[in-house]
Design a protein around this ligand. Structure first.
Ligand code: SAM
Ligand code: SF4
Length: 330
């Protein structure tokens, strides 16, 4: 074991989000343009062995929570094999996947067998035409079938369903999602729209706050707050009659930077210390240049020491980062 990985503000890093590909089979309005993005060349993307080495090194520094994301992680060839490699690393305590669900019918069994113990499935609408409008893919029935396939595995529970909340769209989704959470063993969580869209079309008036959705749901199905876990991104509520839970991730209206314990690795092997960072640190260069574990650890420590205190989305002069959500690994 090595010393814990600390930033310059006294936060211990315990969670890494690894983007395994920048590619995606969806084109969500708030994330990617309709025509897609210029994809990385295959040679630029970290190999499974390179990802394994970084994750194993981070695990020796106390980073035990590993979330695999993208782009769409399930479009990466042989993805369950990567999950199995990472699940076996000493010090990896929690291995999770964030997916749009399109390929879950195919891969749920293999991912659970590989050792993935938590899943987030992104669904923005429970109505087929509105789902199509938001993702530009007519895929709701297939995603729901994938979710049901996953739900058959007790090891995969609790399953989280994430919906990005946009003003003018998500108001109509609040009650149907609340009822979905009450009827199924899924915890639905609304995420405020962040300025990380590739079209750079984000504006503050498009953000539908978690509090507005919570109040609308509470008026129909009363909610009671659950205690907040340290470093948790979501504020979670249970339905007062005991049927299910619902959560709100409010990075814009109620930033939770103070106890952020996360870092990110992009598909091309760059370390990002904040979703909104303007600087990132190349790990692929040293990895491929023959750096030792000690050398790599020291590059990581230096970068993490400079982790941003907070994001500046609410400050005048905020500048959106060049990379968008799918290229960062949300
Ligand atoms: N493709 C997978 C998926 O959609 O779940 C994983 C990658 S996606 C970038 C990760 C999460 O980021 C998804 O839940 C997605 O809805 C969310 N997301 C993407 N763009 C966003 C934005 N501009 N603001 C807030 N959340 C966003
Ligand atoms: Fe793809 Fe996920 Fe971005 Fe939608 S949010 S375009 S599914 S990466």
């Amino acid at each position: 074991m090595r010393e814990p990985l600390l930033d310059g503000h006294g936060r211990a890093i315990g969670d890494v989000r690894v983007s395994v590909t920048d590619r995606c089979n969806f084109r969500c309005q708030y994330c990617m343009p309709a025509e897609g993005l210029p994809w990385l060349d295959r040679a630029e993307v970290l190999t499974f062995e390179e990802i394994e080495r970084i994750v194993a090194l981070l695990a020796t520094m106390g980073v035990g929570d590993v979330r695999l994301t993208g782009g769409e992680p399930l479009v990466r060839r042989d993805f369950p094999r990567l999950a199995a490699m990472l699940a076996q690393i000493d010090g990896v305590e929690d291995l999770s996947v964030t997916t749009n669900g399109f390929l879950l019918e195919r891969d749920a069994a293999a991912l659970v067998a590989a050792g993935v113990n938590r899943f987030n499935v992104s669904i923005d609408s429970l109505q087929r035409d509105r789902f199509f409008e938001m993702t530009r893919r007519d895929a709701l029935p297939r995603v729901l079938a994938g979710l049901e396939t996953l739900a058959q595995f007790p090891e995969a529970h609790p399953i989280k369903v994430n919906a990005v909340a946009l003003r003018g769209f998500t108001e109509q989704e609040a009650i149907p999602f609340a009822e979905f959470a009450r009827q199924h063993p899924y915890e639905v969580r609304f995420i405020e729209f962040m300025p990380l869209d590739a079209d750079h079309a984000w504006s503050r008036d498009q953000v539908l706050s978690g509090e507005e959705i919570r109040a609308a749901i509470h008026a129909v199905h009363p909610l009671e707050p659950e205690p907040r876990e340290p470093s948790a991104t979501a504020r979670v509520y249970r339905f007062a009659d005991g049927n299910g839970r619902i959560g709100f991730i409010n990075p814009v209206s109620e930033p939770f930077c103070g106890d952020c314990n996360r870092i990110r690795i992009t598909a091309d092997g760059h370390l990002r210390t904040c979703l909104f960072s303007h600087n990132e640190t190349d790990l692929r260069g040293p990895l491929r240049g023959g750096a030792s574990d000690d050398e790599l650890a020291s590059v990581i420590r230096d970068a993490v020491w400079r982790k941003e205190l907070k994001h500046h989305v609410n400050d005048p002069g905020f500048i959106q980062p060049t990379r968008s959500m799918s290229a960062i690994g949300g």
